[in-house]
Design a protein around this ligand. Sequence first.
Ligand code: UD1
Length: 345
Amino acid sequence: MNRPGILVTGGTGYIGSHTTVELIKAGYHVVIIDNLSNSNVAVLDGIEAITGVRPDFVEADCTDIKALRALFEQYTDIKGIINFAASKAVGESVQKPLLYYRNNLNTLMNLLECMSEYKVDGIVFSSSCTVYGEPDDNPVTENSPIKPATSPYGNTKQISEEIIEDVIHSGAPFKSVILRYFNPVGAHPSALIGELPNGVPQNLIPYLTQTAIGIRKELAVFGDDYNTPDGSCIRDFINVVDLAKAHVTAVERLIEDKCATPVEIFNLGTGNGVSVLELINTFEEATGVKVPYRIAPRREGDIEKVWANPTHANEVLGWVADTPLADTMRSAWKWQLALREKGIM
Ligand code: UD1
Protein backbone atom coordinates (compact mmCIF):
# COMPACT_ATOMS: atom_id res chain seq x y z
CA MET A 1 0.00 0.00 0.00
CA ASN A 2 1.37 3.40 -0.90
CA ARG A 3 -0.40 5.84 1.36
CA PRO A 4 0.58 9.44 2.12
CA GLY A 5 2.60 10.68 5.03
CA ILE A 6 1.04 11.55 8.36
CA LEU A 7 2.82 13.84 10.80
CA VAL A 8 2.26 12.66 14.36
CA THR A 9 3.27 15.36 16.82
CA GLY A 10 3.99 13.95 20.26
CA GLY A 11 4.28 10.56 18.61
CA THR A 12 6.56 9.02 21.23
CA GLY A 13 4.02 9.79 23.95
CA TYR A 14 1.34 7.50 25.32
CA ILE A 15 -1.52 7.96 22.86
CA GLY A 16 0.78 9.08 20.03
CA SER A 17 2.79 5.86 20.07
CA HIS A 18 -0.30 3.64 20.02
CA THR A 19 -1.74 5.71 17.17
CA THR A 20 1.53 5.47 15.23
CA VAL A 21 1.29 1.67 15.42
CA GLU A 22 -2.24 1.71 13.99
CA LEU A 23 -1.27 4.17 11.24
CA ILE A 24 1.68 2.01 10.17
CA LYS A 25 -0.56 -1.08 10.20
CA ALA A 26 -2.97 0.80 7.92
CA GLY A 27 -0.12 1.49 5.47
CA TYR A 28 0.70 5.12 6.22
CA HIS A 29 4.16 6.64 6.22
CA VAL A 30 4.50 8.13 9.71
CA VAL A 31 6.78 11.00 10.63
CA ILE A 32 6.98 11.72 14.35
CA ILE A 33 8.03 15.03 15.83
CA ASP A 34 8.58 15.05 19.58
CA ASN A 35 10.76 17.07 21.94
CA LEU A 36 10.98 14.06 24.31
CA SER A 37 9.92 16.30 27.22
CA ASN A 38 7.62 13.59 28.55
CA SER A 39 8.65 10.48 26.61
CA ASN A 40 11.62 8.35 25.67
CA VAL A 41 13.17 7.77 22.27
CA ALA A 42 13.23 4.01 23.02
CA VAL A 43 9.48 4.06 22.30
CA LEU A 44 10.50 3.92 18.62
CA ASP A 45 11.99 0.46 19.26
CA GLY A 46 8.67 -0.72 20.66
CA ILE A 47 6.78 0.62 17.64
CA GLU A 48 9.26 -1.07 15.31
CA ALA A 49 9.05 -4.36 17.20
CA ILE A 50 5.25 -4.39 16.85
CA THR A 51 4.95 -3.23 13.24
CA GLY A 52 8.28 -4.11 11.62
CA VAL A 53 8.58 -0.48 10.53
CA ARG A 54 10.51 2.29 12.25
CA PRO A 55 8.71 5.62 11.91
CA ASP A 56 10.77 8.61 10.81
CA PHE A 57 11.64 10.68 13.84
CA VAL A 58 12.51 14.35 14.24
CA GLU A 59 13.54 15.50 17.70
CA ALA A 60 12.26 19.04 17.86
CA ASP A 61 9.72 21.25 19.55
CA CYS A 62 6.58 22.22 17.66
CA THR A 63 6.75 25.68 19.19
CA ASP A 64 9.81 26.12 16.93
CA ILE A 65 8.27 27.01 13.56
CA LYS A 66 11.64 26.89 11.80
CA ALA A 67 12.05 23.26 12.81
CA LEU A 68 8.54 22.53 11.60
CA ARG A 69 9.19 24.18 8.24
CA ALA A 70 12.40 22.19 7.84
CA LEU A 71 10.41 19.02 8.55
CA PHE A 72 7.82 19.82 5.90
CA GLU A 73 10.62 20.65 3.40
CA GLN A 74 12.14 17.24 4.06
CA TYR A 75 8.98 15.12 4.08
CA THR A 76 6.95 16.34 1.14
CA ASP A 77 4.35 13.53 1.29
CA ILE A 78 2.65 14.74 4.49
CA LYS A 79 -1.09 15.15 3.88
CA GLY A 80 -2.40 14.89 7.42
CA ILE A 81 -1.39 15.85 10.95
CA ILE A 82 -2.41 14.29 14.22
CA ASN A 83 -1.55 16.70 17.01
CA PHE A 84 -0.76 15.04 20.33
CA ALA A 85 2.05 17.40 21.29
CA ALA A 86 0.82 19.10 24.44
CA SER A 87 1.41 19.37 28.15
CA LYS A 88 -1.34 17.51 29.98
CA ALA A 89 -0.96 17.58 33.75
CA VAL A 90 -3.91 19.45 35.25
CA GLY A 91 -2.16 20.29 38.56
CA GLU A 92 1.05 21.45 36.90
CA SER A 93 -0.95 23.72 34.61
CA VAL A 94 -2.29 25.57 37.64
CA GLN A 95 1.31 26.13 38.85
CA LYS A 96 2.76 26.99 35.43
CA PRO A 97 -0.02 28.45 33.29
CA LEU A 98 2.28 30.23 30.84
CA LEU A 99 4.11 26.99 30.07
CA TYR A 100 0.76 25.41 29.19
CA TYR A 101 -0.53 28.29 27.11
CA ARG A 102 2.81 28.62 25.33
CA ASN A 103 3.31 24.92 24.59
CA ASN A 104 -0.20 23.95 23.71
CA LEU A 105 -1.33 27.04 21.82
CA ASN A 106 1.89 27.93 19.99
CA THR A 107 2.22 24.33 18.84
CA LEU A 108 -1.27 24.38 17.37
CA MET A 109 -0.88 27.80 15.75
CA ASN A 110 2.46 26.85 14.19
CA LEU A 111 0.97 23.67 12.76
CA LEU A 112 -2.02 25.55 11.31
CA GLU A 113 0.33 28.07 9.73
CA CYS A 114 2.44 25.33 8.14
CA MET A 115 -0.65 23.51 6.87
CA SER A 116 -1.46 26.37 4.50
CA GLU A 117 2.16 26.76 3.45
CA TYR A 118 2.72 23.07 2.72
CA LYS A 119 -0.77 22.11 1.50
CA VAL A 120 -1.71 19.69 4.24
CA ASP A 121 -5.33 18.48 3.92
CA GLY A 122 -6.32 18.18 7.54
CA ILE A 123 -5.50 18.04 11.22
CA VAL A 124 -6.83 15.73 13.91
CA PHE A 125 -6.79 17.50 17.25
CA SER A 126 -6.59 15.76 20.65
CA SER A 127 -9.19 17.40 22.81
CA SER A 128 -10.72 16.19 26.03
CA CYS A 129 -13.99 15.64 27.84
CA THR A 130 -12.64 18.29 30.19
CA VAL A 131 -14.42 20.81 27.92
CA TYR A 132 -17.77 19.59 29.36
CA GLY A 133 -16.68 20.38 32.93
CA GLU A 134 -19.16 18.95 35.44
CA PRO A 135 -21.97 18.02 33.05
CA ASP A 136 -25.60 18.65 33.96
CA ASP A 137 -26.54 15.30 32.42
CA ASN A 138 -24.71 12.09 31.54
CA PRO A 139 -23.84 10.67 29.12
CA VAL A 140 -22.58 13.75 27.31
CA THR A 141 -23.05 14.25 23.58
CA GLU A 142 -21.01 16.57 21.36
CA ASN A 143 -23.80 19.12 21.82
CA SER A 144 -23.64 19.13 25.60
CA PRO A 145 -22.74 22.61 26.89
CA ILE A 146 -19.11 23.63 27.12
CA LYS A 147 -18.44 24.72 30.71
CA PRO A 148 -15.91 27.31 31.92
CA ALA A 149 -12.52 25.64 32.18
CA THR A 150 -11.34 24.80 35.70
CA SER A 151 -7.61 24.70 34.88
CA PRO A 152 -5.20 26.31 32.40
CA TYR A 153 -4.78 22.85 30.86
CA GLY A 154 -8.53 22.58 30.27
CA ASN A 155 -8.59 26.13 28.99
CA THR A 156 -5.92 25.31 26.37
CA LYS A 157 -8.21 22.58 25.02
CA GLN A 158 -11.16 24.97 24.78
CA ILE A 159 -9.10 27.75 23.22
CA SER A 160 -7.49 25.29 20.79
CA GLU A 161 -10.91 24.15 19.60
CA GLU A 162 -11.88 27.80 19.08
CA ILE A 163 -8.65 28.58 17.22
CA ILE A 164 -9.31 25.68 14.84
CA GLU A 165 -12.91 26.82 14.27
CA ASP A 166 -11.84 30.43 13.65
CA VAL A 167 -9.00 29.58 11.28
CA ILE A 168 -11.14 27.22 9.22
CA HIS A 169 -14.03 29.69 9.23
CA SER A 170 -11.64 32.31 7.82
CA GLY A 171 -11.27 30.16 4.71
CA ALA A 172 -8.13 28.15 5.46
CA PRO A 173 -7.63 25.45 2.83
CA PHE A 174 -7.87 22.47 5.20
CA LYS A 175 -10.27 20.67 7.53
CA SER A 176 -10.14 19.36 11.05
CA VAL A 177 -11.48 16.54 13.16
CA ILE A 178 -11.57 17.30 16.88
CA LEU A 179 -11.58 14.23 19.10
CA ARG A 180 -12.71 14.62 22.69
CA TYR A 181 -11.17 11.79 24.69
CA PHE A 182 -12.61 10.46 27.89
CA ASN A 183 -10.11 8.54 30.08
CA PRO A 184 -7.62 6.57 27.95
CA VAL A 185 -6.14 3.60 29.85
CA GLY A 186 -4.28 0.34 29.27
CA ALA A 187 -1.43 -0.52 26.94
CA HIS A 188 -0.74 -2.34 23.70
CA PRO A 189 -1.45 -6.08 24.23
CA SER A 190 2.16 -6.86 23.25
CA ALA A 191 3.37 -4.81 26.25
CA LEU A 192 5.99 -3.29 23.93
CA ILE A 193 4.53 0.20 24.35
CA GLY A 194 2.39 1.75 27.09
CA GLU A 195 2.08 4.72 29.40
CA LEU A 196 5.34 5.90 30.95
CA PRO A 197 4.74 8.84 33.27
CA ASN A 198 7.67 10.87 34.55
CA GLY A 199 7.98 10.86 38.34
CA VAL A 200 4.98 10.26 40.57
CA PRO A 201 1.95 9.50 38.39
CA GLN A 202 -0.96 11.93 38.59
CA ASN A 203 -3.42 9.72 36.73
CA LEU A 204 -5.28 6.80 38.23
CA ILE A 205 -4.08 3.77 36.27
CA PRO A 206 -0.32 4.31 36.38
CA TYR A 207 -0.61 5.03 40.09
CA LEU A 208 -2.71 1.90 40.53
CA THR A 209 -0.33 -0.42 38.64
CA GLN A 210 2.71 1.08 40.39
CA THR A 211 1.01 0.41 43.71
CA ALA A 212 0.09 -3.15 42.70
CA ILE A 213 3.74 -3.88 41.85
CA GLY A 214 5.01 -2.30 45.06
CA ILE A 215 6.60 0.93 43.82
CA ARG A 216 3.98 2.93 45.74
CA LYS A 217 2.71 1.97 49.19
CA GLU A 218 -0.97 2.55 48.58
CA LEU A 219 -3.36 4.17 46.18
CA ALA A 220 -5.30 7.14 47.52
CA VAL A 221 -8.89 7.08 46.30
CA PHE A 222 -9.77 10.74 46.14
CA GLY A 223 -13.19 10.94 47.79
CA ASP A 224 -15.92 8.42 48.66
CA ASP A 225 -18.60 11.00 49.44
CA TYR A 226 -19.61 11.98 45.91
CA ASN A 227 -23.20 11.67 44.76
CA THR A 228 -22.57 8.34 43.00
CA PRO A 229 -23.68 4.79 43.95
CA ASP A 230 -20.43 3.93 45.79
CA GLY A 231 -19.38 7.52 46.53
CA SER A 232 -16.27 7.52 44.28
CA CYS A 233 -16.01 9.49 41.01
CA ILE A 234 -17.26 8.02 37.76
CA ARG A 235 -15.30 8.10 34.49
CA ASP A 236 -15.45 6.55 31.03
CA PHE A 237 -12.28 4.46 30.76
CA ILE A 238 -11.43 3.81 27.12
CA ASN A 239 -8.82 1.33 25.90
CA VAL A 240 -5.89 3.17 24.33
CA VAL A 241 -5.71 0.88 21.28
CA ASP A 242 -9.43 1.40 20.62
CA LEU A 243 -8.77 5.13 20.95
CA ALA A 244 -5.79 4.95 18.59
CA LYS A 245 -7.86 3.25 15.90
CA ALA A 246 -10.34 6.13 15.84
CA HIS A 247 -7.48 8.42 14.77
CA VAL A 248 -6.80 6.35 11.67
CA THR A 249 -10.43 6.69 10.61
CA ALA A 250 -10.43 10.39 11.44
CA VAL A 251 -7.31 11.22 9.44
CA GLU A 252 -8.61 9.13 6.55
CA ARG A 253 -11.77 11.26 6.44
CA LEU A 254 -9.60 14.36 6.17
CA ILE A 255 -7.22 13.25 3.45
CA GLU A 256 -9.91 11.45 1.45
CA ASP A 257 -12.18 14.50 1.72
CA LYS A 258 -15.05 12.61 3.36
CA CYS A 259 -15.84 15.08 6.14
CA ALA A 260 -19.43 16.29 6.31
CA THR A 261 -18.36 19.70 7.64
CA PRO A 262 -15.00 21.52 7.71
CA VAL A 263 -14.76 20.89 11.45
CA GLU A 264 -16.10 17.63 12.83
CA ILE A 265 -16.23 16.84 16.55
CA PHE A 266 -16.46 13.38 18.09
CA ASN A 267 -16.61 12.06 21.65
CA LEU A 268 -14.34 9.06 22.05
CA GLY A 269 -15.56 6.94 24.93
CA THR A 270 -17.20 3.61 25.63
CA GLY A 271 -20.54 4.92 26.82
CA ASN A 272 -20.07 3.18 30.20
CA GLY A 273 -19.53 5.08 33.40
CA VAL A 274 -17.31 3.17 35.84
CA SER A 275 -16.43 4.35 39.34
CA VAL A 276 -12.90 4.50 40.72
CA LEU A 277 -13.73 1.75 43.24
CA GLU A 278 -15.30 -0.40 40.53
CA LEU A 279 -12.18 0.04 38.44
CA ILE A 280 -9.93 -1.13 41.29
CA ASN A 281 -12.20 -4.14 41.70
CA THR A 282 -12.09 -4.94 37.97
CA PHE A 283 -8.30 -4.72 38.03
CA GLU A 284 -8.07 -7.07 41.02
CA GLU A 285 -10.45 -9.61 39.48
CA ALA A 286 -8.80 -9.48 36.05
CA THR A 287 -5.23 -9.85 37.31
CA GLY A 288 -5.61 -11.63 40.65
CA VAL A 289 -3.41 -8.89 42.14
CA LYS A 290 -4.54 -6.88 45.18
CA VAL A 291 -4.27 -3.10 45.17
CA PRO A 292 -3.71 -1.62 48.63
CA TYR A 293 -5.79 1.55 48.83
CA ARG A 294 -7.22 4.00 51.28
CA ILE A 295 -9.94 6.59 51.00
CA ALA A 296 -8.44 10.08 50.91
CA PRO A 297 -9.99 13.55 50.76
CA ARG A 298 -11.39 14.78 47.46
CA ARG A 299 -8.87 16.13 44.94
CA GLU A 300 -9.45 19.77 44.11
CA GLY A 301 -10.95 20.34 40.69
CA ASP A 302 -12.17 16.76 40.15
CA ILE A 303 -15.37 16.18 38.24
CA GLU A 304 -17.92 14.01 40.05
CA LYS A 305 -19.12 12.03 37.07
CA VAL A 306 -18.69 12.15 33.33
CA TRP A 307 -19.15 9.57 30.63
CA ALA A 308 -19.67 9.69 26.91
CA ASN A 309 -22.48 9.15 24.53
CA PRO A 310 -20.31 7.82 21.68
CA THR A 311 -23.17 7.33 19.20
CA HIS A 312 -21.95 10.04 16.82
CA ALA A 313 -18.50 8.40 16.53
CA ASN A 314 -20.04 4.93 16.32
CA GLU A 315 -22.32 5.93 13.45
CA VAL A 316 -20.19 8.37 11.46
CA LEU A 317 -16.73 6.87 11.99
CA GLY A 318 -18.03 3.29 12.05
CA TRP A 319 -15.89 2.92 15.16
CA VAL A 320 -16.63 1.44 18.53
CA ALA A 321 -14.58 1.10 21.71
CA ASP A 322 -15.37 -2.49 22.56
CA THR A 323 -12.35 -3.93 24.38
CA PRO A 324 -13.65 -5.31 27.69
CA LEU A 325 -12.40 -3.32 30.69
CA ALA A 326 -10.95 -6.51 32.24
CA ASP A 327 -8.75 -7.03 29.14
CA THR A 328 -7.65 -3.40 29.33
CA MET A 329 -6.69 -3.83 32.99
CA ARG A 330 -4.70 -6.96 32.13
CA SER A 331 -2.86 -5.01 29.43
CA ALA A 332 -1.99 -2.25 31.91
CA TRP A 333 -0.66 -4.85 34.35
CA LYS A 334 1.32 -6.69 31.66
CA TRP A 335 2.93 -3.37 30.73
CA GLN A 336 3.85 -2.63 34.36
CA LEU A 337 5.44 -6.10 34.61
CA ALA A 338 7.34 -5.49 31.35
CA LEU A 339 8.72 -2.22 32.73
CA ARG A 340 10.08 -4.10 35.73
CA GLU A 341 11.58 -6.79 33.52
CA LYS A 342 13.34 -4.15 31.43
CA GLY A 343 14.61 -2.54 34.64
CA ILE A 344 12.86 0.74 33.79
CA MET A 345 10.67 0.72 36.91
C1 UD1 B 1 -7.77 14.54 33.90
C2 UD1 B 1 -8.42 15.61 33.08
C3 UD1 B 1 -8.43 15.21 31.63
C4 UD1 B 1 -7.03 14.95 31.19
C5 UD1 B 1 -6.45 13.84 32.04
C6 UD1 B 1 -5.02 13.57 31.61
C7 UD1 B 1 -10.21 16.95 34.00
C8 UD1 B 1 -11.60 16.99 34.45
N1 UD1 B 1 -9.79 15.80 33.54
O1 UD1 B 1 -8.66 13.44 33.89
O2 UD1 B 1 -8.96 16.24 30.86
O3 UD1 B 1 -7.01 14.60 29.83
O4 UD1 B 1 -6.50 14.21 33.40
O5 UD1 B 1 -4.07 14.12 32.41
O6 UD1 B 1 -9.50 17.91 34.04
N2 UD1 B 1 -7.85 9.24 41.20
C9 UD1 B 1 -7.66 8.71 42.47
N3 UD1 B 1 -6.39 8.50 42.90
C10 UD1 B 1 -5.28 8.82 42.15
C11 UD1 B 1 -5.48 9.36 40.85
C12 UD1 B 1 -6.77 9.58 40.43
O7 UD1 B 1 -8.62 8.40 43.17
O8 UD1 B 1 -4.15 8.61 42.61
C13 UD1 B 1 -9.22 9.45 40.71
C14 UD1 B 1 -9.52 10.91 40.42
O9 UD1 B 1 -10.01 11.55 41.56
C15 UD1 B 1 -10.57 10.76 39.31
C16 UD1 B 1 -10.20 9.45 38.60
O10 UD1 B 1 -9.35 8.77 39.50
O11 UD1 B 1 -11.81 10.62 39.89
C17 UD1 B 1 -9.47 9.67 37.31
O12 UD1 B 1 -8.39 10.55 37.54
P1 UD1 B 1 -7.26 10.85 36.43
O13 UD1 B 1 -6.71 9.56 35.92
O14 UD1 B 1 -6.29 11.81 37.02
O15 UD1 B 1 -8.04 11.50 35.24
P2 UD1 B 1 -9.10 12.72 35.23
O16 UD1 B 1 -8.90 13.61 36.39
O17 UD1 B 1 -10.44 12.14 35.02
